[in-house]
Design a protein around this ligand. Sequence first.
Ligand code: 5GP
Ligand code: ZN
Length: 115
Amino acid sequence: MDCIFCKIIAGEIPSAKIFENEWIYAFKDINPEAPCHILVIPKKHIASMDEITEENSVYVSKIFESIPEIAKLGGAENGYRVISNCGKDAGQTVFHLHFHVIGGTELPIHVFPEK
Ligand code: 5GP
Ligand code: ZN
């Protein structure tokens, strides 16, 4: 399968690893939007949040069980935000489920800051 995040998990594409266990892999975003910008992904190809099922949702649980530790390892000491873009309108560009963990600075509260 031609999926860059599957290749990152397999070690075929290098990445800056932050955390890994049997279920999940976390690494620095190549184009960070904050001092802490980590991507947390399941070690199973799930295309997006639309593809989460009763059978594979354990991967999502495992991601959220580890996010507090991952955020601290990434330097988000005073809080963080978790984002998953799902589909075209949300701007999803990589179709392997991933959660952005963003922090390390005060974040704008609104999705549309001009409002
Ligand atoms: P999306 O737009 O799908 O929510 O997020 C995809 C994210 O993956 C983007 O923030 C982008 O910077 C990141 N990304 C894309 N390709 C790579 C890569 O090869 N390595 C790393 N570390 N991040 C990547
Ligand atoms: Zn994949």
